[in-house]
Design a protein around this ligand. Structure first.
Ligand code: NAP
Length: 246
């Protein structure tokens, strides 16, 4: 059994077998944390953990499909028994299914599936782990959102993303931002901070090779929010470590 060594923070990053989640995990572990990477495919998450451990990082893995309660329900006991608690939750897992799909052609099942991962999945994982995070002296929850989830940006005809269609994805990230604000409101005064991060447009399977930012750059704001000091913000939306309009 592995119990955490004194003072070592413990983090869970969802959807961390690749992309920005993988890099967030690397950077958090690089700061001396114990990081558990979660992903839905056992072989892929184990392989990702092996790669990160080969860099000398304290990385563990768990099979976690954020749409499957059977994989979520054991998490509190897992963290309690293995590490004596949990300090940081990075809700990174997400899907983008409707890029370029106009409203008229969007099937309601695609909308439902998108919300199942990007919104209900975050709710379920966060709800399960909140009792542990509340007990932490440095509880931090970071929700990976997007500029495509900013109502201010979506309403702006001059936005660089004005021509980009993704009704389901954007609506799910707008809702995720609401979760950030509503949970931060309930947790005010508790010491637990909840924030949304826009990583920018990042070269990953989701962001494609056309994106200007590397995963290392995309991970910067989420990692900053995951490690905020006690006087840091809560209930905010940030991009490049700066406030972003809702
Ligand atoms: P990505 O490369 O597509 O990786 C997404 C990760 O989420 C993968 O590990 C995927 O696992 C996992 N995932 C999907 N559904 C899951 C589920 N039900 N349970 C557990 N894991 C699941 O995407 P990314 O670009 O790194 O994006 C990471 C986050 O940043 C997302 O929240 C995304 O919306 C946000 N974001 C990205 C960009 C960008 O430009 N890339 C911009 C703004 C915001 P599999 O390998 O099994 O599919």
């Amino acid at each position: 059994m592995t119990k955490r060594s004194k003072g070592r923070r413990v983090a869970l990053v969802t959807g961390a077998n690749k992309g920005i989640g993988f890099e967030i995990s690397r950077q958090l572990a690089g700061q001396g944390m114990t990081v558990v990477i979660g992903a839905r495919n056992e072989a892929r998450v184990a392989e990702a953990a092996t790669r990160l451990r080969s860099e000398g990082l304290d990385i563990h893995h768990v099979r976690l499909d954020v749409t499957d309660l059977k994989t979520i329900e054991p998490l509190p006991q897992f963290f309690e028994e293995q590490f004596g608690g949990l300090d940081i939750l990075v809700n990174n897992a997400a899907i983008l299914l409707d890029e370029g799909t106009p409203f008229d052609e969007l099937e309601i099942n695609v909308l439902r599936k998108t919300f199942e991962t990007n919104f209900f999945g975050v709710f379920a994982v966060t709800k399960a782990l909140l009792p542990l995070i509340r007990r932490s002296e440095m509880g931090r929850i970071v929700n990976l959102s997007s500029e495509l989830g900013s109502l201010a940006d979506l309403s702006d005809p001059e936005s660089p993303y004005a021509g980009f269609l993704s009704f389901a994805y954007s609506a799910s990230k707008v809702s995720l931002n609401a979760l950030t604000v509503l949970l931060a409101k309930e947790l005010r005064g508790s010491g637990v901070k909840v924030n949304s991060a826009d990583p920018g447009w990042v070269k990953t399977d989701m962001g494609t090779e056309a994106a200007p930012l590397t995963p290392e750059e995309g991970a910067d704001t989420p990692v900053w929010l995951a490690t905020l000091p006690a006087d840091g913000p809560t209930g905010g939306f940030f991009s490049s470590r700066q406030p972003l309009a809702w």
